[in-house]
Design a protein around this ligand. Structure first.
Ligand SMILES: Cc1cc2nc3c(=O)[nH]c(=O)nc-3n(C[C@H](O)[C@H](O)[C@H](O)COP(=O)(O)OP(=O)(O)OC[C@H]3O[C@@H](n4cnc5c(N)ncnc54)[C@H](O)[C@@H]3O)c2cc1C
Length: 400
């Protein structure tokens, strides 16, 4: 196989596959290097929720773009709908005290983006979800949201990238990055490859890759846990979340019910394995049955967890390196990166190829963290001395 490419992507989760596809759509020759197989980690085992609440304000424009892309996902990936179903998302306040903060969040969304949200009082909640427990106060319904099938989405993006010429090298670990003239040499367990641009899509391992080029950020690594119940008669229609307790539930078309929401086991970044915490899984299941009593008749068939990296401000890191030209990041999706997959890949590819990104990447730049500030300052100075060179252009695209 060839060893020189236009861009090398490290990691084949949803973000590596998405940016590889978008770069291939722009006619770049792309190599994706994955240490296991595409979708092995968070991207293939997540809950598949596609919704924008609760999200931090800087992320809302990207959330709006990604929702529009999910609505037309079949067009993006040549007819594969990725199991996307626009069933809506219902966020529920269980007590009167929780209603005002919930409404405040919804007003924030209305101020910062154009995603429809409908306030539901108690009666309207039961009209929408008759199976709900009576111990609820009000809700916000987001009709534009829904869920997709994570593994199908990863493979749809990968398959389109491959059809456009991208090469995927699985079971190959990237172990270092070195400069070689204008290019980067990417050292791997299968030997070196080179390209002028390298994209770090290494998920929870992204901070290690970033540190190789001097971009230092500490991620909190977590193992989010999930359970699935055997197929049941219809219990709910929408994707459900609570405002106060950790709970997210959805029922797929085959009747299975997936329960998660943020309870954590123990991750091991070295082996890539996780350990479940059955006590906490019990809390999660109990909360589910308290909100939908019919779930008490369900049978748990499987529990699992996946590894995720959370950045210090819980926003993802997307955009150019603070330290080196030609290095780009897309990692630390902080427990909500699946739904951002379509848009993040697109805006990053736009920035990398000199287009103006549809959404500003400025809030996501790695230079916002202490470990990168000094390098960013040095780089800005260099860029101002060499206007028009790639580094200056990269920073200009960020509006910096
Ligand atoms: C249980 C669970 C439920 C979740 N539920 C949701 C949800 O409902 N909705 C939502 O939006 N988000 C959800 N998330 C978060 C979402 O799954 C992640 O944010 C997203 O998948 C991150 O994608 P990624 O491509 O950045 O990382 P990953 O999927 O982790 O991919 C990174 C890849 O990089 C590879 N890699 C790392 N280092 C190297 C190296 N040195 N060389 C080669 N390859 C390397 C890894 O093997 C891995 O395959 C959930 C996460 C989990 C764990």
């Amino acid at each position: 196989m060839r060893t020189s490419y236009d861009a090398i992507v490290i990691g084949a989760g949803i973000h590596g596959c998405s940016v590889a596809m978008q770069l291939s759509m722009r006619k770049l020759r792309v190599l994706v290097i994955e240490k296991t197989y595409p979708g092995r980690h968070a991207s293939g085992v997540n809950a598949g929720s596609v919704h924008h609440i609760p999200r931090l304000t800087p992320e809302l424009p990207l959330a709006e773009l990604t929702l529009r892309m999910w609505h037309d996902i079949g067009e993006l990936v040549d007819g594969e709908d990725c199991g996307y179903r626009q069933v809506g998302h219902l966020r529920i306040a269980e007590t009167e005290d929780d209603v005002a903060p919930m409404n405040g969040t919804a007003e924030g969304v209305a101020r910062h983006c154009n995603i429809e949200e409908i306030h539901l009082d108690r009666e309207a909640l039961f009209d929408r979800e008759p199976g709900l427990s009576r111990n609820v106060a009000a809700g916000i319904f987001s009709p534009e949201c829904g869920y997709a099938q994570p593994a199908r989405a990863v493979h749809a993006f990968r398959a389109k990238a491959e059809r456009l010429g991208a090469v995927f090298l699985n079971e190959t670990c990237v172990v270092g990055l070195r400069r070689s003239g204008p290019d980067w040499l990417v050292d791997t367990s299968a030997g070196p490859f080179d390209a002028p641009m390298v994209v770090n899509c290494a998920g929870a391992w992204g901070s290690e890759v970033a540190s190789w080029v001097g971009d230092h950020v500490t991620l909190r690594t977590v193992a989010l846990m999930m359970s699935v119940l055997a197929p049941m008669k219809p219990v709910m229609e929408t994707v459900i979340g609570l405002t106060r307790r950790l709970l997210s539930i959805k029922q797929f078309e085959n009747g299975t019910v997936v329960i998660g929401g943020g309870y954590r086991g123990t991750p091991d970044l070295v082996t890539g394995r996780t350990m479940l915490d059955y006590t906490r899984l019990g809390y999660n299941l109990r909360a589910a049955t308290e909100v939908f009593p019919a779930l008490a008749h369900g049978r748990v068939v499987r529990c699992w967890s996946g590894i995720e990296g959370i950045s210090p401000d819980a926003l993802p890191i997307i955009g150019p390196s603070a330290s080196e030209d030609g290095i780009w990041h897309s990692f630390a999706y902080s427990t909500h990166g699946f739904y951002l997959g379509p848009a993040a890949g697109r805006v990053l590819a736009e920035a990398m190829t000199g287009e103006r990104p549809a959404v500003s990447l400025e809030p996501f730049h790695i230079g916002r963290f202490n470990g990168c500030v000094a390098n960013l300052e040095r780089r800005r100075e260099r860029a101002s001395r060499s206007v028009g060179r790639s580094g200056g252009e990269q920073l200009k695209l960020l509006g910096q």
